[in-house]
Ligand binder design. Structure first.
Ligand SMILES: Cc1cc2nc3c(=O)[nH]c(=O)nc-3n(C[C@H](O)[C@H](O)[C@H](O)COP(=O)(O)OP(=O)(O)OC[C@H]3O[C@@H](n4cnc5c(N)ncnc54)[C@H](O)[C@@H]3O)c2cc1C
Length: 387
């Protein structure tokens, strides 16, 4: 898969290949994900039957080259997939998002040829991946992480605890950040490829959350975890660079997730509004309601343009850090506003689990928190503005 794009092409105009891919993901989301969505949310767990089709459709290795078993697609396609899945269930979308925009991405960028041959075919076909940076005492200040790595012979021994790890329950491969040289501050941070089966590794408590409840968020326990020396990802002491640069890309994925959330809620509210009658006519015939919908769809379009632009810039090899931060910041604000409006537009039913909008409302909140809170995005945007 490739994504031809010339400078003159409108951002939302999709190539034939992009449109076909988007359609296939939408169909999968409608047919396979939607029927399970409510129950997964209630149970707070992903239905495991959804994972094999995600691999079979190529959704778990979108940018992995075909020679390594992947779909050989663009970053933009990953954003399209995340948006399309999020329109139905953002909790399933984040499984695909983390796999592509964080895990695969950092292996494609930083892993040695041998590591790529060892892990990318598995990540494209059967292994879920997770990205473990955050800790109980290191969130926004991620470089203050306390997990330590000590070299012993041909191994590194990792000790510490990771918190909030998406895909933690399903993953087989974890990109784990630990400090190998604390006296060097953040220049000791190193990225490691940790397999679930390594001695001293365990998945801990799973969080019970407000939204994206079907997505697992877990603790990871590294208790003398034995990692072979050739499982360092990139160079020792360069993990801070791996994490910053991967998260810049990841943020575009979260922006796409939030565009999908807002789009899914708006679709449900518009449908409802055409059928719900008050004062003798459908509520969408009231100008007050029309103006609210018009404002919402305008904000959604602006957010989508920002996300698509950031993704296209990334694919074009142009700087995109500020655009990625802006896209995530704005798309998550829009998702909060639009989903809140959609709950209101469904009246009492909007507040119940009978309709999907209350779930979208809960699911939207995470956009302002993970992969850097809104304040952290503002910090990045301001830093680049003032440099
Ligand atoms: C559902 C979920 C999934 C997650 N998935 C992952 C994952 O897969 N991998 C991973 O590594 N992490 C993951 N995280 C962690 C997430 O990235 C962190 O929660 C986030 O970065 C915020 O860190 P914190 O929770 O420690 O909040 P804190 O850093 O304690 O922030 C608390 C508040 O203080 C504000 N604040 C902090 N510092 C400043 C400052 N300098 N200026 C202004 N305001 C500031 C923040 O904006 C925030 O409002 C996930 C979290 C959740 C909830």
């Amino acid at each position: 898969m490739t994504a031809p794009q010339t400078a003159a092409t409108p951002l939302t105009a999709l190539s034939a290949e992009e449109a076909m891919f988007q359609e296939a993901v939408r169909e999968f989301a409608e047919e396979k994900v939607r029927p399970l969505s409510h129950e997964m949310d209630e149970k707070g767990a992903l239905d495991p039957s959804l994972i094999p089709p995600c691999f079979a459709m190529g959704l778990m290795g979108i940018e992995i080259p075909e020679a390594l078993g992947g779909a050989g697609g663009s970053f933009f396609l990953a954003a399209l997939a995340v948006e399309a899945l999020s329109q139905v269930d953002p909790a399933v979308a984040i499984l695909v998002d983390v796999q592509n925009t964080l895990v695969n991405n950092c292996l494609l960028r930083w892993a040695s040829d041998e590591q790529q041959r060892r892990y990318l075919p598995r990540l494209a076909s059967e292994w879920v991946g997770a990205y473990a940076l955050s800790e109980p005492a290191a969130g926004s200040d991620a470089f203050g992480l306390e997990t330590r790595a000590e070299r012993k012979g041909d191994q590194w021994i990792l000790n510490g605890r990771k918190l909030w790890i998406t895909n933690g329950a399903e993953a087989t491969l974890y990109v784990v950040f630990a400090n190998a040289n604390p006296s060097q501050g953040h220049k000791g941070i190193t990225a490691f490829l940790v397999e679930r089966g390594f001695a001293g590794f365990a998945v801990g408590k799973k969080e019970d959350k407000l939204g994206i409840r079907a997505s697992s968020t877990t603790e990871l326990i590294l208790d003398g975890c034995e990692v072979p020396a050739d499982n360092v990802l990139g160079d020792v002491g360069k993990g801070y660079k791996v994490s910053i640069e991967t998260l810049n890309e990841g943020r575009i994925g979260i922006g796409a997730q939030m565009v999908g959330v807002a789009g899914g809620a708006l679709l449900a509210a518009t449908r409802y509004g055409k059928e719900r009658r008050q004062f003798g006519k459908p509520i969408v015939e009231f100008q007050g309601v029309q103006f609210q919908l018009a404002q919402a769809v305008t904000e959604l379009e602006a957010a989508r343009l920002m996300v698509y632009n950031a993704a296209r810039l990334k694919d074009a090899g142009k700087p995109f850090t500020q655009q990625a931060a802006m896209a995530k910041l704005f798309a998550s604000q829009v998702a909060e506003r639009v989903t809140s409006l959609c709950v209101e537009l469904l009246g009492g039913y909007g507040y119940t689990k009978e309709y999907p909008v209350e779930k979208f409302y809960r699911d939207a909140k995470i956009g302002t928190i993970y992969e850097g809170t809104s304040n952290m995005q503002l910090q990045t945007i301001a830093k680049l503005l003032l440099k």
